[in-house]
Design a protein around this ligand. Sequence first.
Ligand code: ADP
Ligand code: MG
Length: 607
Amino acid sequence: MGIIIGIDLGTTNSLAAYIREGKPQIVPGRDGNLLVPSVVSFDEKQGVLVGNAAVNRLLIEPERTIYSVKRLMGRGPEDVKEDMKWLPYAISPESSQVVRVVVGDRQYTPPELSAFILKELARSAEKLFNQKITQAVITVPAYFNDAQRQATKDAGKLAGLDVLRILNEPTAASLAYGLDRKKEGNIAVYDLGGGTFDISILKVRGGIFEVLATNGDTHLGGDDIDHLLMNLVRDELKISHGIELTGRTRTEREFLQKIRKAVISAKHRLSSHETARITVDFSDFTYQRELRRDEFESLIEPIVQRTLDPCRRCLRDAGFSPGDLDEVVLVGGATRIPLVRRRVEELFRRKPHTELNPDEVVALGAAVQADILGGLRQDMLLLDVTPLSLGIETIGGVVSKLILRNSTIPASAVEEFTTFVDGQTSVDIHVLQGERELAKDNRSLARFQLKGLPPMPAGVPRISVRFLIDANGILSVSAHEKRTGKEASIEVKPSYGLTDEEVEKMLFESIEFAEEDFRMRQVIESRNDADTILSATQQALESPEAAMLEEAEGQRIRGAVASLQKAYQGEDPKLIRDRIDELNEATLHLAELIMNRAVQSALKQND
Ligand code: ADP
Ligand code: MG
């Protein structure tokens, strides 16, 4: 049985964890840091960079450096319009159902981009365990809909990982705190990360978790604080220097990224200090500003407040008042902010857990779940709920809900429908997700047809529609007409998801391009070696020993230099290597002469 790792695939940071001797531990990234920033950068020379190496390029190559890709997972171009105003990279105007991020002359879907991050995490784990990692548990915000969960699974597949379970982040955090060992209790998990806010209320009893209710906001987190501070700086730049940064030109985008970096570091400092300085170097002047914690707190108060209503709604859905809670768990880097901690404590009237690093608890909990799936701890069963209601469109564009929000999953429901026109031979089934009454106000997940019905009078056919949500929260829908036995069981293809064929194609392409990437690396490495030998030869030709060479020998060296320089222009690593060998051979005698002098002068010095 191979090792199963737990992965927190975050908007801002991702990390992997595993269980060693019963204790969850973080897999260190290849650069030694525990958190791997969820950033992927495409460099013409160095290929694909992930994590901190990519973050370093946010300023230099903003349009080739992709961050916050989790915001794009399982979403369509319309969903991400607001985000794209802020993100320095572009999405293809040809994006139809699935967003496609443009990088140079290539396009990547969000699952492909996430796969680079997952591969990086898996590689770190492989290095640690010295064995191939092929299985993982990946966490997602409880609010993620079907398409987003599916996209996350696709990302795992593209990274060569068998995703054994998609786990809700709050469930993972509770596991990390070992709250499963409580005899009985009610837990609120407040998770404010970079891009998502999640509040969940769980019940634990006899080692079993049940998510009673979830709420939150898929567009609320530390990023919003960053945007707010960026706006502050932009406004001040406009007033004091008349500079307006719209992000239209590359230089402007680079400045915006600089501002972003500066405000984030000030924000972090303010969690443990009373003041911070925002410093941004522009080409002709330096912007500086002192930010006090109280000033910062009044700026971000509205953002923190925006988290409180979902908390109240969640309590209400669970049928609780704050006094019913036994534990409050803080998750996400943004919960390090003292104001956030104060507001959470005031609302729930309870001191929240902060013993574990809030950036790590989700990955640690994913490792616990991985361990359970690995069969070592079968004592525990996890129950989750579906965050939104699911149903189908019926006559008049009204939604008939089959599975209500906050139902425990896995769940299934069957309902019977009929036709409303005489002689109808096919029925459209429109699958919807959401709480609104009218189909047009809900999210359209899929449409399919039950065809080939014999003509019958309206109201006679008995069409039974079955919904099934599996343990990962992924939905499948089937329909069948009972009198004729006609069936149309389609796999729900979420509107913004990728088809199996598309995923296969990407897998194929990633292998294909891996070869190209590999070849490019060979070219780069051979050019680097060529640089070394060319400059060494240049120096040697200027040495006194060069004058001692015969004319023909000198000519041979210069000829070899010229052919290496020519090969250098091309992209054939083998040719470059061959020319390097030739030059090495041609300079052998000269190198010997120089070596002799070096040895002699060294001997002299020792005398
Ligand atoms: P995600 O789950 O979205 O990947 P994380 O849990 O890693 O996010 O949290 C990332 C967010 O936490 C970022 O907005 C980051 O700036 C913020 N953050 C991290 N450390 C601190 C800190 N010391 N003070 C305030 N915010 C912080
Ligand atoms: Mg998170």
